[in-house]
Design a protein around this ligand. Structure first.
Ligand SMILES: O=C(O)CCC(=O)C(=O)O
Ligand SMILES: [Fe+2]
Length: 376
């Protein structure tokens, strides 16, 4: 891999040093870089650079205040690593062991219980452009309120710190960070001399602020899911950087790797996020007989939601599992008029140019999902 330098330039921590100085930390290079967030099933996919990702989470040593104990960085993917370590499903639909998004997304039936099928862009019926709404679509488990924003000063600090730390090199547009679940205190465990936290400290501040800001507005059950009193799982964060015209293919975050409860925050620019209901693929037993509509003929539910800078999106339950989320590749978004510009609730949609947007999404790693990729 060529990524050591990218890792070092991003974090200042040399993975090799970490591995050798901490016998109880199995560390790993890992990678998260891509120029294109393209459809796993898109015919152009094979030509696009893919992301390499390889992560080993060290065995728990000493609990830090909130379990912040991991590692990461990014490196450009190499040709060799691309074959086996993609974030996306290859065009032929065979799942990569390291896909970030769900496997088997090309509408073929799945052999993996954790897998979910949904059609690619190419399979979706062409839908007329949707005007993005400024308020949450009626999707159960989705929380969004445009008036709830991360305080400006913190947002600026997070944005600058992440841009400097993670996106200082022009070819990097995605970073994955991991934060170990807190270890149970053990008297037999020697304290580690190092604390290799992959989360920039400001991300802890961000999480804590999100917790405070959301608490009065979301159901207690959702708050507990996102901010349990004592976390038992490792948190993962993905930072994405989008220039105008870039997007992310509609996807369901990996079912077998990530748990319920995803938080997303926008920085630097707004954009419209698209949600498509995952169609139910009939099982073979229930195959439609001749003349009956098949799954792709079904009417698909679709919404676009305008995500302003500093806004917070939560996906849980139905929204997390039964809807894809994605960002169409556009340089501008068409959104409903602001409330104060409507007459009798109506008004002309407005077009807003996209700027460069950075998003940070937090999710939980499922047990056993700490090691990504084939390490043999
Ligand atoms: O940029 C965003 O807001 C979404 C990113 C996303 O869906 C992901 O990283 O899984
Ligand atoms: Fe996602």
């Amino acid at each position: 891999m060529t990524g050591g330098s990218a890792f070092m330039s991003a974090s200042g921590i040399d993975p090799v040093d970490l591995a050798s100085t901490a016998a109880n930390h199995r560390f790993s290079p890992e990678v998260g870089q891509k120029r294109e967030r393209t459809s796993p099933c898109h015919s152009e996919f094979a030509k696009k650079p893919k992301v390499s990702l390889r992560i080993d989470i060290p065995a728990p040593t000493v609990a830090s205040n909130d379990g912040a104990d991991l590692i990461f960085g990014a490196e450009p993917s190499t040709q060799a690593s691309q074959e086996e370590e993609s974030l996306f499903t290859p065009a032929n639909g065979s799942p990569s062991s390291d896909s970030l998004f769900d496997e088997d997304v090309c509408g073929t039936s799945s052999t993996q219980p954790s897998s979910l099928d949904f059609p690619s862009d190419a399979l979706l019926p062409s839908l007329s452009p949707v005007i993005a709404s400024r308020s949450a679509p009626p999707i159960s488990g989705l929380f969004f309120d445009a008036s709830i924003l991360i305080p400006e000063a913190l947002a600026q600090r997070v944005h600058s710190a992440c841009m400097e730390t993670y996106f200082s090199e022009p070819h990097i547009n995605q970073i994955m960070l991991f934060n170990r679940a807190p270890a149970k205190p053990s008297s037999t465990q020697a304290p580690s001399s190092i604390s290799p936290s992959s989360f920039h400290p400001i991300l802890h501040e961000l999480l804590s602020t999100i917790s405070t800001v959301l608490r009065p507005h979301i159901p207690a059950k959702m708050h507990d899911l996102l901010f349990p009193t004592s976390a038992t799982r490792a948190r993962q964060a993905i930072l994405n950087l989008y220039t105008p015209g870039e997007g992310i293919t509609p996807h369901v975050d990996l079912l077998g790797r990530f748990g319920d409860g995803i938080i997303g925050v926008s920085f630097g620019s707004a954009c419209a996020m698209r949600f498509d209901k995952v169609p139910e693929i009939p099982s073979l037993d229930a195959a439609p007989s001749e003349g009956q509509p098949c799954a792709t003929d079904a009417v698909l539910d679709r919404y676009e939601l305008y995500l302003p800078e500093r806004s917070i999106l939560v996906l849980s339950e139905d929204a997390r599992y039964n809807w894809t989320h994605g960002i169409d590749r556009r340089v501008e978004d068409t959104i409903e008029p602001p409330e104060n510009a409507r007459v009798d609730g109506r008004g002309e949609p407005v077009t807003v140019n996209r700027g460069t947007r950075m998003s940070i999404t937090f999710r939980w790693l499922l047990p056993g999902a700490e090691v990504v990729g084939d390490d043999t």
